[in-house]
Design a protein around this ligand. Structure first.
Ligand SMILES: Cc1cc2nc3c(=O)[nH]c(=O)nc-3n(C[C@H](O)[C@H](O)[C@H](O)COP(=O)(O)OP(=O)(O)OC[C@H]3O[C@@H](n4cnc5c(N)ncnc54)[C@H](O)[C@@H]3O)c2cc1C
Length: 483
């Protein structure tokens, strides 16, 4: 088996997809990252993390995120290449996720700002009033370094899994806008010019159905700060991204959609980021394998390169197959999302199918990334744990991918819900029927149906092995039809 496609994100994409519309753009990104980007990303991971300047010299609150100039270089490059503007201009998410794959092979963290900027531009384009769009959308779609960034802030101190219970930020109507008060506990891309924020309009029902989504600019209409950054968090990975805590103090916000449709909008934003997470997870796994490959080809033990020992070569080959399957699953979520991202509630069956595939993909690709990053460290032996050689970074980055955008538990439980309520597994099995061997498909189908008949407590308690099998089965089946 030829392992060489592991060495380049574009080569791997070309080996998996029948055509790539903008391969010249991806080629340019890949060449730049190899020559310049890797060194910048590596330096920032160690030393160049952003910091917060809260006051100017005269004591005025400014809450500026300070970061190395080189970070701006890598960050703005992706925006210029089109991670956000292409989606809306070309009315397709494919170019965005292709770019994310190519870039995150070199730096998985940098795709966080891109994802949350996309997660701001899309709901604004879809649900914002004409006036709101005219005021804010062009800045998010600029093709030069003056482009604005977005952010998606839902999580509060009481937790991110159960937003219905945990979101205490209140929104009060005030003429053509709303005034938001509350605290957001995990705010990636703090300092962004615009954020979409989950809040509860005053007086509405408790729970998740009482949430609404608001567009919150960094500055008020009179030019003053509209939100305040309390601090930045010191994280194990995505270290170039300023993730902070944000205080909303009677902050100006603009309602997206209607007051009672917020949860749908929030989930639509999460759809974009969960699919991004899946793409990034596979790219990270590829990168970890590529690093392991280059070491294994050079390191000798028992008279030959360790790569040439049967056990290790076999591990490389089976893992390359697993990588291809994980990619097929992630890419299926991209393609389905590309079909349904402009839908509004009530959604089609295709949307429910997408939701199930997205939960399977977010869950499985992140688990695979964590496992592959651990294995890549092992291939490096003792050197794997040394910060100076970099392979340990993929383990740190992978752990974040498994947790944010909804932990693996959340994906499993939400996946069960969409199967139970919308019968999404039947849509999935219908889709896989042309490719999967009939007997295997039948067995999987009956396993899922049996599971859904269990009492609630047992159904949840025993869900992980079933969900894992379903994810792997789906991934492997989809990989058969890839070239
Ligand atoms: C680096 C980083 C950046 C982030 N950036 C953002 C951001 O920009 N915007 C944003 O909104 N959020 C952000 N988050 C927050 C992230 O989305 C949450 O961490 C995540 O959703 C989980 O929420 P939590 O950490 O509060 O865990 P909790 O919700 O408190 O959950 C704790 C544990 O309990 C498990 N659990 C919860 N309910 C159940 C259940 N019913 N059954 C079984 N297990 C359960 C969870 O899976 C988890 O393992 C970020 C997180 C990180 C790490």
């Amino acid at each position: 088996m030829d392992l060489n496609s592991l060495r380049s994100p574009l080569a791997f994409l070309q080996s998996r997809l029948p055509e790539i519309s903008q391969s010249n753009v991806l080629e340019a990104e890949q060449a730049w990252w190899k020559n310049e980007g890797i060194a910048i990303s590596d330096a920032i991971d160690r030393a160049g993390t952003p910091w917060l300047r809260m006051f100017d010299r005269l004591g005025k609150r400014v809450d500026e995120i300070r970061r190395p100039l080189e970070y701006q270089t890598i960050l703005k490059r992706g925006y210029r290449a089109g991670v956000v503007w292409r989606a809306l201009e070309e009315k397709s998410l494919i170019p965005t996720y292709l770019l994310m794959y190519a870039i995150s092979y070199y730096d998985p963290g940098i795709c966080c700002p891109y994802t949350v900027s996309l997660g701001t531009a899309v709901p604004l384009a879809k649900y914002g009033s004409a006036e709101l769009q005219a005021r804010f959308l062009p800045q998010l779609l600029r093709k030069d370094d003056s482009v604005w960034q977005g952010a998606t802030w839902m999580t509060e101190i009481k937790g991110g899994s159960d937003l219905g219970a945990a979101v205490e930020t209140i929104a009060r109507p005030a003429g053509d806008r709303w005034l938001l008060t509350g605290e957001k506990y995990f705010t990636s891309n703090a300092g962004a010019e615009l954020a979409v924020v989950a809040a509860r309009p005053e007086g509405v029902a408790p729970g998740v159905r009482g949430l609404a989504l608001f567009l919150v600019p960094r500055y008020r209409e009179n030019g003053e700060l509209n939100y305040f950054i309390r601090r930045l968090k010191d994280k194990i990975a995505t270290r170039s991204v300023p993730t902070g805590e944000v205080e909303l103090k009677v902050s100006e916000g603009y309602l997206l959609g209607s007051v009672d449709s917020g949860i749908y909008l929030i989930l639509e934003v999460l759809n974009l980021s969960r699919v991004a997470n899946s793409v990034v997870s596979v790219a990270l796994a590829q990168r970890a394998m590529a690093d392991a490959l280059s070491y294994a080809a050079q390191r000798a033990a028992f008279g030959k390169p360790i790569l040439d020992h049967p056990l290790l070569r076999h591990q490389f080959e089976t893992r390359l197959n697993a990588l291809r399957s994980a990619f097929a699953l992630a890419w299926e979520s991209v393609q389905l999302l590309n079909d349904v991202w402009m839908e509004r509630a009530p959604y089609s069956d295709r949307y429910h199918l997408f939701r199930l595939v997205a939960h399977l993909a977010k869950y499985w690709t992140a688990e695979f990334a964590v496992d592959t990053a651990k294995w890549a460290m092992e291939v490096h032996g003792g050197l794997g744990v040394l910060a100076e050689y970099g392979v340990e970074r993929w383990q740190r980055e992978a752990m974040i991918l498994a947790i944010w955008e909804g932990t693996s538990h959340r994906q499993i439980l939400d996946g069960l819900e969409v199967m139970e309520r919308k019968r999404a597994h039947q849509l999935l099995f219908r889709r896989l029927a042309e490719i999967a061997p009939a007997k295997e498909l039948q067995e999987m189908e009956s396993e899922v149906e049996q599971h859904l008949k269990l009492r609630t407590e047992e159904r949840e308690a025993l869900a992980e092995p079933l969900f894992r099998r379903l994810a792997i089965f789906t991934a492997e089946t989809l990989a058969r039809k890839s070239k």
